[in-house]
Design a protein around this ligand. Sequence first.
Ligand SMILES: C=C(O[C@@H]1C=C(C(=O)O)C=C[C@H]1O)C(=O)O
Length: 380
Amino acid sequence: MTEKTTAELEQLRDKIDEVDQQLLDLIRKRLDLVARVGVVKHGAGLPIYAPQREANMLAKRRTEASDMGIPPQLIEDILRRLMRESYLNEKDMGFKQVKTDLGKVVIIGGEGALGKLFGQMLTLSGYQVHSLDKDDWQQADSILDGVGLVLVSVPIRLTCELIRDKLGNLPEHCILADLTSVKEAPLKAMLETHKGPVVGLHPMFGPDVGSLAKQVVVVCEGRQPEACEWLLEQIGIWGARVVQASADKHDEAMQLVQAMRHFSTFVYGLNLCREQADIASLLQFSSPIYRLELAMVGRLFAQSPELYADIIFAQDKSQQAIGDYLDNYANALELLRKGDRETFMQWFAEVSQWFGDFAPQFRNESRAMLQSVNDMKPAH
Ligand SMILES: C=C(O[C@@H]1C=C(C(=O)O)C=C[C@H]1O)C(=O)O
């Protein structure tokens, strides 16, 4: 069905089209300038992401927007979206190589998605990168000859055994690092197997990020941190923030951040499936927050069962965290069964108070997210 229109409306729309074309010209101009920034940064070895510059620029544009009767949040949204594009653009220019006399980088599991991403970033930074996968172990000696960094990026359940079985003979100066999402056990395996520099890394993002700008990489110190410093600087140049943590603290946080989170998402999906929910009609009735929630649950099941089984089953201690969740769920369900609204509201207030300033902060952050979920809804 064609939409209704009038001659006057069409005239105005022609003018809007002209303005949008001017916007395109301006965006092209901005992208070209950003590409030149990429070249300059590459030459000077500067990080792709410049938070101070962004904050200053956004503050100025917001004030100018206000003066012009434009909502400041509108220009901020537009600029943030453009800046996301800048990171991708600047990335293609390559990055400064922090360590020029490293020798080879060998990524074990370099054909996996995360291994590939790190391989790409290292190659863009001028390193000679080789991948060593399942079928390559006969040629391991030649692949590992002259290696300066070994990056282990294999499924969690294989990591420790692989380190112990295969990596006992690395050159003493070589850095041994891993990208596993638990840290205590792999770090222990690396320290026991290799005598040289060791560092544990956990990239807190999936392989589909496009650019590392603003992403977080957790770093757990192993041995000879001074020998690993260049690697952290290199990751910083890719735009990521390096967060130091002890392996046990990291793993403890992961019980909630990963194991519990993914497990409850899994159960949510399992429940929808077993209840035979009709997703298409749920979407029709969905509010933005429900759409976002369904998207977060659904995206889990678009990925590999092994990956999530690995993360959830990796730590025995996760059972405790997940068990506690079940207890709280059962207790809350009991209130519902008894019709005890009073206690429900008391608990609610207790949690609100405990969230403190985070509660309003999250409310603001989620408002912007929910609005963009609504913007992205397909036409019906
Ligand atoms: C273009 C730059 O790189 C990044 C992108 C920016 C942008 O698109 O305006 C601003 C700051 C940086 O995070 C820059 O540093 O100026």
